[in-house]
Design a protein around this ligand. Structure first.
Ligand code: UDX
Length: 431
């Protein structure tokens, strides 16, 4: 099938590559010419495991091309995916300016019947408005259908998630358009949920915000564990074994960040308010999330007698492992708090350091996990990259001023800690 994907970010690019891998003829459109040049040269502007190898293979196969021209994109695709960013705007509302700009371009260049699909996370009613933009631009109603097909892939595992989705949601008010999309997705052999467009748009927000509530729930329990001597991992294991609850997204830690959960919580809260519903549960989840990092840093501060004149090592800066994305990363909050109180910071991340350096050029970035410990009064583990799990804690302890680890993601085992003789403080346990 001839497929066009507009937007080559964390969602658009992996999605487009998976379509190409399935044998479709894919053209990506991105208005950023530098990005287009990089992709044409087989280079990926983001860190996402496996994407570069698949990009090179798809370029070689001739099934993946990229252009800055929406005109070319519209000539090419029978199905055109909109996968541009919908960041948080004023009042928590999703900023849809990129989506509207694409819709106007589509209206300008549409030249044959096209199924226009929103992949971006968009509020209920966005499909209607896209439709209206085309109608207002005098595009004949028989020339297009607008379908919602939310994307559920996660950063860091974008390719396997896009290749093996749990479900494919197609929100279409026209059965023929839905069937065409089913045909495109058929090789993935995933369950397909066909529904109306508005329900599909809401499914995405409901899913992401439910995940945020789930994490905030276990983080709230973690606060109780710290007071009563229970262990949050044991509690999560016990709860998660009930299939009605499930064991995923019950990992207590510093809270949720990233490009989706925070903005989707804010956006759904705003959508609810606009509909006259005060979504208190969402607001509470957000509050728990805000408190979680502050509370953790406060525990550290109490333990070491304030940060003034102290050196703190940070392990991990990305909002989660296997990505260079630092949008709403907990590391940024922690850096701000530590800087405000006069700490010296030594930070390391395998992929995201340069992104943080652009915001905080005044802290020290080191080249290995071990080096964060040089003369440090404490280490904070912020992101659970795999390489930290096998860090040589004995060597780390030898170069630190005080052998103290604050484990924000519950990565280290009691055995590792005891053997290396560290003081250890973690989320959801006394200490
Ligand atoms: C999320 C959704 O999972 C995905 O379906 C959607 O398409 C995009 O948004 P992503 O933002 O890439 O994906 O990351 P995710 O793995 O969901 O993690 C989000 C945040 O929650 C991270 O900060 C992570 O550290 C945190 N998290 C996740 C926890 O604190 N505990 C958990 O148990 C799981």
């Amino acid at each position: 099938m001839k497929v066009t994907v507009i937007g080559t970010g964390y969602v658009g690019l992996p999605t487009a590559l998976v379509f190409a891998d399935l044998g479709n003829d894919v053209l990506c459109v991105d208005k950023d010419e530098a990005k287009v040049a990089m992709l044409r040269a087989g280079q990926v502007p983001i860190y996402e495991p496996g994407v570069e190898a698949l990009l090179r293979r798809s370029l070689d196969d001739g099934l993946f091309k990229v252009t800055p021209s929406t005109d070319e994109g519209m000539q090419h695709g029978e199905v055109v995916f909109i996968a541009v960013g919908t960041p948080q705007g004023d009042d928590g509302e999703a900023d849809l300016s990129a989506v509207w700009a694409v819709a106007r371009d589509i209206a300008k260049y549409i030249c044959h019947y096209t199924i226009i699909v929103t992949k971006s996370t968009v509020p209920v009613g966005t499909g209607d408005r896209i439709e209206q933009i085309l109608v207002d631009a005098a595009v004949d109603r028989s020339m297009f259908d607008v379908v919602s097909n939310p994307e559920f892939l996660r950063e860091g595992t974008a390719l396997p998630d896009a290749q093996h989705p749990d479900r494919i949601v197609i929100g279409a008010d026209n059965q023929a358009a839905a069937h065409k999309l089913m045909e495109l997705f058929a090789p993935l052999e995933a369950p397909v949920i066909i529904t109306d467009r508005r329900s599909s748009e809401l499914i995405k927000y409901a899913s992401n915000t439910f995940l945020a509530i789930k994490i905030s729930f276990i983080n709230a329990i973690s606060r109780m564990c710290e007071e009563c001597g229970a262990d949050v991992s044991a509690v999560a294991r016990g709860m998660g074994s009930d299939p009605r609850i499930g064991n995923k997204f019950l990992q207590a830690g510093l809270g949720w960040g990233g490009s989706c959960l925070p903005k989707d919580v804010a956006a759904l809260n705003k959508i609810a308010a606009d509909l006259g519903y005060d979504f208190k549960m969402l607001q509470a989840a957000d509050e728990v999330n805000e408190q979680q990092t502050r509370h953790f840093v406060q525990r550290l501060s109490d333990r070491i007698g304030g940060f003034q004149g102290k050196t703190i090592g940070l392990l991990g800066l990305a909002f989660k492992p296997n990505t260079d994305d630092i949008r709403d990363a907990k590391s940024l909050e922690i850096i701000e708090m530590l800087k405000a109180e006069g700490a010296t910071i030594r930070a390391y991340d395998p992929a995201a350091a340069e992104n943080v350096r652009a915001i905080h050029p005044d802290i020290t970035y080191v080249n290995s996990a071990l080096e964060t410990g040089q003369d440090a009064d404490a280490i904070i583990l912020v992101t659970e990259w795999n390489e930290f799990k096998s860090l040589d804690l004995t060597r780390l302890g030898q170069i630190m001023r005080r052998k103290l680890i604050f484990d924000g993601r519950r990565v280290f085992t009691p055995y590792q800690i005891e053997r290396a003789g560290f003081e250890y403080v973690t989320v959801g346990a006394k200490g």
